[in-house]
Design a protein around this ligand. Structure first.
Ligand SMILES: *[C@@H]1O[C@H](CO)[C@@H](O)[C@H](O)[C@H]1NC(C)=O
Ligand SMILES: *[C@@H]1O[C@H](CO)[C@@H](O)[C@H](O)[C@H]1NC(C)=O
Ligand SMILES: *[C@@H]1O[C@H](CO)[C@@H](O)[C@H](O)[C@H]1NC(C)=O
Length: 446
C-alpha cells in the first residue's frame, strides 16, 4: 500500500477513535455495492488501478494503513458499463507515449515534500504555449514540481515545444480518445452523423440533437472531453500521481504564470485549513478573469475561478462522485458545467482561497476554437498582454492577513440550463466511461 507522508500518526489515531464505526459502515457499504455491481453485470473483478479499496480492504486493514478515506470511496453506478472507442494507430502510439516516465529526472531527481503537481492542458495554439512555457521557466520553485502537460489532439509543434522544456520534470500525455485523433469515426465525425439542425428521422442520420436542436460538433465537444479525461487520468490513472495526497494545480495554454505563482500557491495551500476551512480549493487569480485583484492586505475567499485552481484528492472524489451530472448536462464548457451542476450539488457555496493580487493571467484574443483550421487561423501572439510589477515577482501573501469572504457568487449558477452542444448520447457515455475506466474494466477491451 502506498504511504502518503502527509498522513500523520496522530491524525490516524484520532480518526480511528472517532470515526472507526463510520469507516466500517462505509467500507461494508462499498463492498456490498461492488458485489452487487459484479453480480448484476457479470463483470470480472474491477481492475483496481487507482487507490480504490472497494472490495479488498477489510475494516482492520483500512484502519492500519496510511491511505486517506477519501482515496478509497469511489462511487460507481452498477447499471453503467464503460465502453471506450476502438483506438486508431495514432491513438495507440500516443497511449504508448503516455506510459513513458517523466523527462528531466536526471536534472531534477527528487520532488520535495510539500511540492505541487502542475497540470497544463493544451490544444493547438503554439504561439500561446510558447509564452506560457516561457513564463513558467521564470517561476520561482518550479524545479520542485512535476509538470504534467496534457494534449488534446496531436500537433507536432505543440509536441516540440513541450519536449523542449528543461526547467523541471515533465510528464507528457495525450488524450487518446480526443476527437482530433479520429478523422472518420466517433469521437470524431463518422460518415452517418447528423449535421447541425438535421432531423435524424427524415435524413436517416445518427445523433441526438441538443436542447437547441443542434447536433454534435467534434471540435466543440473535445474541450469538455479533454478536461474530464485529464482529471480522471491525473487523479486515478497515472503512476506518478495516483498516490499523491497533496494539491494539483491546473493551468491552461492561455494562462500567463507570474514568477511568484508557485510559492504563493504553496502558501495558500498551507493557510487554507486554518484560514478558510470552508474553501475547497485555492486560486491564482480572481474568478473574474479580467480582474487583477483588489490589492487588499487580506486573503480573499470567493467563488471558484478557472485560472490556476488547485485542490486535493478529497475534493476530486467529491467531483468524481458527480460524474453522472457532469456528463449528462447539456453544456459543452467544462467550467460552466461545474458551476451550474456539480458545485451547487455539494450543498454549500464552493469557495476558493486566493491572494488579493493575481499570480496568473488569462491573455490573448484567440478563442479556443480559432487556433485550428486553415481559414480562420488566429494569429495573435499574446504580446503585451501581461505586464509584471515588482510585487508579482516575489511571494506577496502574508500568513497573518485576515480573510475577506465575497459571498455574492455571480455568473453561472444552479438553474442555468446550459448552452447546449452536448446532447449526443455517445458523448455522454464516453464522458461517463472516462470516470469509470480506471476503476472498472471495459468488458469489450479484453
Ligand atoms: C505510514 O507511512 C510512514 C511514512 O511514509 C511509514 O513509515 C509507515 O510505515 C506507514 N504506516 C503504515 C501502517 O503503512
Ligand atoms: C483536502 O481539502 C479539503 C478542502 O480544503 C479539506 O477539507 C480536506 O481535509 C483536505 N484533505 C486532505 C487529505 O488533506
Ligand atoms: C506579436 O504581434 C504584434 C502585433 O501583431 C507584433 O507587433 C509583435 O512583433 C509580435 N511579437 C512577436 C514576438 O512575434
Amino acid at each position: 500500500m502506498p504511504s502518503p507522508s502527509s498522513y500523520h500518526p496522530h491524525h490516524r489515531a484520532r480518526l480511528r477513535s472517532r470515526a472507526a464505526p463510520l469507516l466500517i459502515v462505509v467500507v461494508l457499504a462499498v463492498v456490498a455495492v461492488t458485489e452487487l455491481l459484479r453480480s448484476r453485470t457479470g463483470l470480472p473483478a474491477p481492475a483496481r488501478r487507482a487507490g480504490s479499496a472497494t472490495a479488498t480492504a477489510s475494516p482492520s486493514s483500512l484502519a492500519s494503513t496510511n491511505q486517506s478515506v477519501a482515496q478509497r470511496k469511489i462511487l460507481l453506478d452498477p447499471a453503467f458499463t464503460p465502453r471506450l472507442p476502438r483506438q486508431s494507430q495514432l491513438s495507440l502510439s500516443l497511449s504508448a507515449r503516455n506510459a513513458l516516465p517523466p523527462r528531466n529526472r536526471d536534472r531534477f531527481p527528487t520532488l520535495p515534500v510539500g511540492h505541487l503537481k502542475v497540470v497544463l492542458y493544451v490544444h493547438n495554439r503554439p504561439r500561446y504555449l510558447r509564452l506560457v512555457v516561457d513564463s513558467l521557466s521564470r517561476v520561482e520553485g518550479i524545479g520542485e514540481a512535476l509538470l504534467i502537460v496534457s494534449h488534446d489532439g496531436y500537433f507536432p509543434e505543440m509536441d516540440r515545444i513541450v519536449q523542449g522544456i528543461g526547467f523541471c520534470q515533465v510528464k507528457q500525455v495525450f488524450a487518446p480518445y480526443s476527437p482530433h485523433l479520429f478523422p472518420d469515426a466517433f469521437p470524431g465525425a463518422s460518415p452517418g452523423d447528423c449535421q447541425s439542425k438535421d432531423r435524424a428521422k427524415e435524413k436517416g442520420c445518427q445523433g441526438d440533437p441538443d436542447q437547441y436542436g443542434n447536433h454534435r460538433a467534434p471540435r466543440i465537444v473535445s474541450l469538455k472531453h479533454h478536461w474530464w479525461w485529464m482529471m480522471n487520468t491525473v487523479w486515478d490513472g497515472m503512476e506518478e500521481t495516483r498516490d499523491f495526497d497533496g494539491h494539483i494545480l491546473f493551468i491552461e495554454e492561455d494562462h500567463y504564470i507570474f514568477p511568484n505563482a508557485y510559492r504563493n500557491a504553496q502558501l495558500l495551500v498551507d493557510l487554507k485549513p486554518k484560514k478558510c476551512p470552508q474553501c475547497y480549493a485555492i486560486n491564482l487569480a480572481p474568478s473574474d478573469v479580467k480582474s487583477r485583484g483588489e490589492g487588499w492586505e487580506s486573503l480573499v475567499a470567493e467563488k471558484m475561478g478557472n485560472i490556476g485552481y488547485a485542490f486535493n484528492r478529497t475534493v476530486w472524489r467529491k467531483i468524481h462522485a458527480k460524474a453522472k451530472q457532469f456528463c449528462a448536462f447539456d453544456e459543452y464548457n467544462w467550467d460552466i458545467t461545474m458551476w451550474a451542476t456539480v458545485y451547487p450539488s455539494f450543498g454549500a457555496p464552493v469557495y476558493s482561497l486566493r491572494g488579493s493580487r493575481r499570480s496568473a493571467a488569462h491573455f490573448g484574443k484567440c478563442g479556443l476554437h480559432q487556433g485550428q483550421g486553415s481559414s480562420n487561423v488566429c494569429v495573435d501572439n499574446g504580446s503585451g498582454a501581461v505586464e509584471l510589477e515588482d510585487a508579482d515577482k516575489v511571494p506577496n501573501i502574508k500568513a497573518d492577513w485576515p480573510v475577506r469572504v465575497i459571498q455574492r457568487q455571480e455568473g453561472y449558477q444552479a438553474g442555468f440550463k446550459g448552452w447546449g452542444g452536448w446532447g449526443d448520447r455517445r458523448d455522454r457515455e464516453l464522458c461517463l466511461s472516462f470516470a469509470y475506466m480506471y476503476h472498472v474494466k471495459d468488458p469489450s477491451s479484453s
